[in-house]
Ligand binder design. Structure first.
Ligand SMILES: [Zn+2]
Length: 104
């Protein structure tokens, strides 16, 4: 990670839902949809909600993406994110691998 990123400004986030296409149907869906939160990159937030939904659908190969809200993380959220990353980097240095267990 670049050092400058440690002093990055607050990032943009998006909360959205998408169609559950799991076969068999998973335990995470609600009314046939998944809801998740992720970060936006490359300024998608400036291109409008529809563009954000399109980016998400293409990037994650998801269907029926519906953006719930887009917001900029608070200072507290930013600090928590940076603290979590410092922990992960410390763990990585010790050889611990953080798997994305259960994703999808
Ligand atoms: Zn599912």
């Amino acid at each position: 990670m670049e050092r400058t990123e440690l002093h990055a400004t607050n990032r943009w986030m998006v909360r959205y839902s998408y169609t559950c296409t799991c076969k068999p149907a998973c335990y995470y869906e609600k009314d046939g949809r998944h809801t998740t939160t992720t970060y936006l990159n490359r300024g998608e937030q400036d291109q409008g909600t529809e563009a954000v939904a399109r980016h998400l659908a293409e990037f994650h190969k998801q269907e029926g993406v519906e953006v719930e809200k887009v917001w900029r993380e608070t200072d507290a959220e930013r600090d928590a994110r940076l603290a979590a990353r410092r922990r992960e980097q410390a763990d990585a240095a010790r050889g611990v691998w953080w798997g994305m267990g259960g994703a999808n």
